[in-house]
Design a protein around this ligand. Structure first.
Ligand code: DGY
Length: 326
């Protein structure tokens, strides 16, 4: 009997691929760059399972093109804004993601960005490399203190919580906003539940950890930057479009806020002529927050396991739309 077929849209860890190949015929897209839309649509025809990335748009057109035998969509990421979940659910297709395993790694990266932006690490490192470190000067490269400052968390999910917990070593006050209030965290850690406006007004550091949706698209724009403190540092390790990048550019270039640390941009990759890249007070890295060896290996294994289970008709380890099992 022939094996079921799956499309894997980018290289993942070998052990994950080997595990899939034990029972499934894999069409692996080996290029560094994502398949074009046309190629993706061609390759998905007739597959039983799809293991995809946040750079692959999985919508009704793709599901139609794949055909009615498509049993599972397994995303190697925790975020899934590239996938039309209601559409998958309507078709009874379980969608898997990779939560939990990347939480700590991503929280570490948000802190790396926070500290780098606060203490002007990118700018001063560039100065060293370009021969502009000429002397020690009492007024050079003055940044923002993190110790004793106020940290505002937008989106108190798994990653937001871990970012907030790390602040205790810096003796920070934590404000948070979320659709759910977490009184347990308030009791245990002293975090304070506030509205978004209070986050913007009172925080020295703002770290964004909400999902991207219609409601959060450009959640932070001109008005929001306008009420932030002049020393505010904003960090985004969630999704680029949550921040309006034109408004961010204006706030940073006019120094109405102090700095930004971005793991994500809008669009991705950020074009090399984007004005944000001209700013010394904007640290930008290429969406690497979950990129540790251990975490990416675990993400590979979970997405492989979800793919295999979905093709076998078993419940996924981490379904995004568990209602398909009702
Ligand atoms: C995710 O998982 O959603 C990140 O953006 C990439 O790890």
């Amino acid at each position: 009997m022939s094996k079921p077929r799956a499309l894997v849209t980018r290289g993942i860890f070998d052990e994950a691929l080997e595990m899939i190949r034990e029972t499934i015929d894999v069409d692996l897209w080996e290029d560094e760059m994502p398949p074009s839309r046309d190629v993706l649509l061609e390759k998905v025809k007739g597959v039983d399972g799809l293991l995809c990335l946040l750079t692959d748009k999985v919508d009704s057109e793709l599901m139609d093109t794949a055909g009615p035998q498509l049993k599972v969509v397994s995303q190697i990421a925790v975020g899934f804004d590239n996938i039309d979940i209601p559409e998958a659910t309507r078709r009874n297709i379980p969608v898997g993601n990779t939560p939990d395993v990347l939480t700590q790694t991503t929280a570490d990266a948000a802190w790396a960005l926070l500290l780098a932006a606060a203490r002007r690490i990118g700018e001063s490192e560039r100065a060293v490399r370009s021969g502009n470190w000429r002397t020690w000067h009492p007024l050079h490269y003055l940044g923002q203190d993190v110790y004793n400052a106020t940290l505002g968390i937008i989106g108190m999910g798994r990653i937001g919580i871990e970012v907030a917990k790390r602040s205790s070593g810096f003796n920070m006050q934590v404000l948070y906003s979320d659709i759910y209030r977490r009184e347990d965290l308030e009791k245990e850690y002293g975090f304070k539940y506030v509205d978004l406006e209070t986050i913007y007004k009172e925080s020295d550091f703002i770290s964004v950890h909400t999902v991207l949706s219609e409601e959060t698209h450009h959640l932070i724009s001109t008005k929001e930057f306008g009420i932030m403190k002049n020393n505010a540092v904003i960090v985004n390790a969630a999704r680029g479009p949550i921040i309006d990048s034109k408004a961010l550019y204006k706030a940073l270039s006019e120094q109405t806020i102090a700095a930004a640390g971005l793991d994500v941009t809008d669009p991705e990759p950020i074009p090399v002529d984007d004005p944000l890249l001209t700013l010394e007070n904007c640290v930008i890295v290429p969406h690497i927050a979950s990129a540790s060896v251990k975490t990416r290996r675990e993400m590979s294994m979970i997405s492989a396991e979800n793919l295999i289970r979905g093709i076998k008709g078993e419940r996924l380890l981490t379904p995004v739309n568990p209602e398909v099992y009702d």
